[in-house]
Design a protein around this ligand. Structure first.
Ligand SMILES: *Cc1c(COP(=O)(O)O)cnc(C)c1O
Length: 412
């Protein structure tokens, strides 16, 4: 392992709390595979270097936050710019749901059309830095397609395990970027186990967020970026959909670091949203208990996770920001898919707009009040799952090629 040139100070196990020197790549040696590490930085050194003036001079992508990433600052990066996705004001959504202000961060605008590019770009950069010659992950779809895209950008071979349920557009992305794709006859949870075993057997660099803490640092850029973009306009709530829990853990961590560094005056509360058919993390949160794996069933394939691997990190993050959970049925997700597109102009995949559905639900339940504001992270593009979009929106109107006949179809 080459000497570190980053500002990482230590690694802390989220299970036993042990502090480790920053020389480990994956999990806590004392706890084994469930001892997920959290990467800590020398925040004084970060503050001295990552000033607003310094940031102003940097490119608008995730690597502008290089002091807060576990990477050699001069190392090789995937060439496709990731991040700096737009935040869109959505007054008509705010009105529909009875909130003071709703903002939507459109993560579908990333190179492979999901939030996962943030993690994959950092993971691929880290793999190159440690001299890996192959990289692997298991994914419900987006982590895979983004890994395939980022790996293609630097010419790193990628091995990817997906469950039988992954939607076709995501499989198409994987194949076109040249990854070796193993479609596992089983659930995401089973594909994940197989990938773990294969990484151990073949020595592949493991991109799975729940064992490799570097990946959550990539996801953290979503929080860092939202904080820099919004500053004092940071809303009361940030809303994130939850599968394995890495995204929400990363977003909270990014917001927390930016709050500590003075970029945002208050720490927003974070609302985690799960599908009703896949809500083990929400259940563990309310039970104040360890996670119990469950069978899952939801159209939101990217959050169809019955055995979230990073549940501790996610629960710690939610407690840190006084956050909470809601869950939403598939019907509510399809409604939100339509409304987010029609009232905010943002087309998200089911797992992406699940966050929007969760915001509406939290407002209904009085968790969020009418005088409050929220930022919704729409984590993936609707083009990732056009079948669900057509279910949400219905078919077009079939008409004859005849102007007169059109009269019967046009409402005036
Ligand atoms: C992966 C993913 C999520 C959830 O992220 P986790 O880290 O699994 O909690 C949400 N939305 C989309 C579109 C995703 O691809």
């Amino acid at each position: 392992m080459p000497e570190r040139t980053d500002l990482v100070s230590e690694l802390v196990c989220v299970k036993c709390g042990a502090h480790h020197a920053p020389t480990l790549e994956y999990t806590c040696p004392a706890c084994g595979p469930t001892g997920i590490l959290d990467i800590r930085y020398d925040l004084d050194a970060v503050a001295a270097s990552m000033t607003p003036a310094a940031l102003a001079a940097r490119p608008h992508d995730i690597f502008r936050y290089r002091e807060l990433l576990p990477l050699d600052p001069t190392g090789r990066r995937p060439p496709q710019p990731v991040g700096w996705t737009p935040i869109i004001d959505a007054p008509r959504l705010a009105e529909a749901w009875g909130l003071r202000r709703v903002l939507v961060k459109d993560e579908g605008r990333n190179p492979t059309a999901s939030f996962k590019d943030r993690a994959s770009a950092v993971g691929v950069a880290r793999a190159l830095q440690v001299g890996a010659t192959t990289i692997a992950c298991a994914s419900t779809g987006n982590a895979a397609s983004s890994l395939a895209g980022m790996a293609a950008g630097v010419g790193l071979p990628a091995f990817i395990f997906v469950p039988a349920r992954a939607p076709e557009p995501k499989i198409a992305q994987l194949r076109i970027f040249g990854a070796t794709v193993f479609r596992v006859d089983g659930t995401y949870d089973e594909a994940w186990e197989l990938c773990q075993a294969a990484c151990a057997r073949f020595g592949w660099y493991n991109r799975n967020c729940a064992v490799n803490p570097t990946l959550v640092e990539g996801k953290k850029t979503g929080g860092l970026e939202a904080a820099e973009q919004l500053g004092a306009a940071m809303p009361d709530w940030v809303v994130v959909s939850v599968g394995d829990g890495c995204t929400i853990a990363g977003v909270v961590k990014g917001l927390r670091e930016m709050h500590t560094l003075g970029f945002i005056p208050h720490m927003p509360r974070v609302l985690g949203v799960q599908a009703t058919g896949a809500r083990p993390l929400a259940d563990a949160f309310f039970a104040h208990a360890d996670l119990v794996p469950v069978p899952v069933d939801t159209i939101a394939d990217s959050i169809a996770v019955g055995h979230p691997r990073n549940w501790r990190k996610a629960l710690l993050a939610l407690r840190d920001c006084d956050g909470t959970f809601v869950d939403v049925e598939d019907e509510a997700i399809l409604d939100a898919m339509r409304l987010t597109a029609r009232l905010a102009g943002v087309f998200g995949e089911p797992a992406g707009v699940a966050a929007a559905a969760g915001l509406a639900r939290a407002r209904e339940k009085g968790i969020i009040t009418a005088d409050e504001s929220a930022l919704v992270m729409v984590t993936g593009s609707g083009l990732k799952d056009v079948k669900s979009a057509l279910v949400a929106a219905g078919p077009p109107i079939d008409v004859p090629n005849d102007l007169k006949a059109l009269d019967a179809f046009v409402v005036r």
